[in-house]
Every structure is written in C-alpha cells, then in structure tokens.
Design a protein around this ligand. Sequence first.
Ligand code: 13P
Ligand code: SF4
Length: 375
Amino acid sequence: MDSTASAPISFDYPQQNAAGATFTAQAWAKTPPPLVAIEKAQVIARIKELLIAKDAALVAHYYVDGDIQDLAVETGGFVSDSLEMARFGKNHSAKNLIVAGVRFMGESAKIVSPEKRVFMPDLDATCSLDLGCDATDFAAFRALHPDRVVVVYANTSAAVKAQADWMVTSSCALAIVQQLKLKGKKILWAPDRHLGRYIQEQTGADMLLWNGACIVHDEFKAVELEMLIAAHPGAMVLVHPESPKGVVDLADVVGSTSAMIKAVVEGSATEYIVATDKGILHRMRQLAPHKILIEAPTAGNSATCKSCAHCPWMAMNGLQGILNCLENTSGEIFIEEAIRNKALGCIDRMLDFTKNHPDLIAQAQHGFVKNIGAA
Ligand code: 13P
Ligand code: SF4
C-alpha cells in the first residue's frame, strides 16, 4: 500500500515570509486585544442590532473566543464543527453570513451559498493545513495518480477543492472513505497526514497521503499524555484525529469537535482529558458544568510550544472584527466563479452523503471508541 513516504511534498511549520517572520507569529501579532467590560458590552449590543438590521447570521466554530460563540447562540446563529457550519450556511435564510472561524470555513460558506454575502472578521485567519497545500503543487501530485479518487479535507483552499471528487470533515471522513473502499476505490488524500493515517488504519483503504499537519494538534505529546493519564486513571481521554498516532492510540474517543463535546456531555466519567484546541472548553463547560476538564499536554511548557493548544488563526477572530463586517462590509469573501463552480461539486457530494446516510454519520460523530469501533 502507498504511504506518506511516497508523497512528493514535504511540510513543516512555522514557515517564514521573505522578511523572516513566521506565519504563526504574524497571526499572533494580529490577535485582537481584549476589550474592557463597558466597551465589550457596547460592541455586543451594536452587533446584535446590526445582525437584525442587515439580515445577517453569525456562525462560529468551537475554537473561537467564548464571547463570540455565546453571541452566535444568543442571536439565532450557530456554533458548531466545520461540517455543520457548512450546512448551516447553506440552509439559513439570512442574506448575509458572518463566519467566525478560519478562511476555509468562510470560503465553504460562499461556495455553497453564492447568493449570500459572506464576511469574516479577519480574512488573514488561515490554517496550517491550507497553507501547506498549494493548489499548483497539489495539481502536480494529483496528475501523478489519475487512477485515484481525490478526497480533500475541508481545511483547504477553494482552488484545491476545485480539484477534488470529495470534500470531507472529521465528522464524516471515516464514513465516506469506508464507502469508497467498499466500492473498490483507491484514494488520494490531502492534506492532513495524521487524519489520513488514522482513516487508513480504521478503514484499511488504499490511501496515498499528502504530508500536511495542523500546528495545534501536531504538538500534543504521547509521553506526557501517558503520565497525565496515570495521574488521572478514571479520566476519559478525548482526542481529535488531527493529532499524532501516539496520542490517538491513547484515546478512549477519537472524533471531531462535535464528537468530543458529545462525549463529555454523555460520558459517565467525572474527568475528561481533552486533546484539541482549548477554545472548545468554553462550550464543554456550558453543556457539562459538573465535569472536570483537563487540557492534554503540548510540546514542553508554554515557552516552547508554537500554539500551546490554541490556534493562532482562530484567535484572530474578535468582536470588533465582527462589528467591522456589519458596519463597513469589510472582510467579504469573493471566489472566482469558475473555481467556485468546480469546488461546489465535492462539497455538495459530502452534504448529500451526510444527509442521506445519517446512521453512518451518527456513528462517526459519536467518535471512534477504543476496542469497540464506531460507537
Ligand atoms: P472539526 O471539523 O472537528 O470542527 O475540526 C475543524 C478544525 O479545524 C480542527 O482543527
Ligand atoms: Fe487549521 Fe489546526 Fe487551526 Fe484547525 S486548529 S484551523 S486545523 S491550524
């Protein structure tokens, strides 16, 4: 079977720009400063007014600032994983969408809803997986393997999605690859090497993997996690599948952000060790206030980790940025129509599959439980 070793593209982050600044440093530098209480209350009140006046809905990912997640819920918007964000954008009747997350999430919303205007608090909020999968390089990779079905993770640009047969998110990747395997298909997968390897292991599919990684999940450490588990023997270990194999192998539940939240809400344990972006703890605490949540360890202590379990690009989303979208129509997403049209096919295929196979998706969304399989 093909493996990561045969992928022609190597990947490492943080990369540097021409001036020597790393992409992650640039992102941290653009993180909005916290607002003082009075200012925050004023900005929130103004956003609430404008969301109504401008017929707009706020859609947020679980990793963004807790105030933004709360505002999305309070205003009839939505906070969710990346699959449900895409679906919500398509189905909601609002003329305008404000997407608080990272660039590929705003682009997916625009691809499926071209009639809507889609805005983001900061268009520079990207993702290391997207940055690490250049569309031209990807086209060259694909051209080498014309016999394979091209499956790309949602965390890619519109130009990469335009080259794909399927888009998947961590909520549905297992179920979709499993079905492709049953049909005898060989797969070309991009860009996350850890998620790709995990799916390959679970499904036994023949997958050729692009060599990308998420800078946040790549930093979780198996040895330190083992020590933490030993100190908390009753804790349930929840791991996002963008994490390295050694970390995934220690998990009780491996799943998307929504699967991890479900595990905390429904789990019988008192303590939960959480290996994903710490932004998710906000929603977990709200939905399961009596559970004890413990952050999984990252590379060394704070001085030596690149992300310290928080995505620098997710952190670029601020309340003031949302207000700017509504007041000044700043941060609008535009996608060339030819690219959008091509990219739509792989997203629609995923949305149709998830709609038509709720049983398979429910299994995957529940997370993969060690020694049992899809729960
Ligand atoms: P989910 O699809 O699980 O929400 O993950 C998105 C993401 O970017 C994880 O890093
Ligand atoms: Fe990308 Fe990782 Fe940030 Fe998710 S957490 S948006 S995968 S860099």
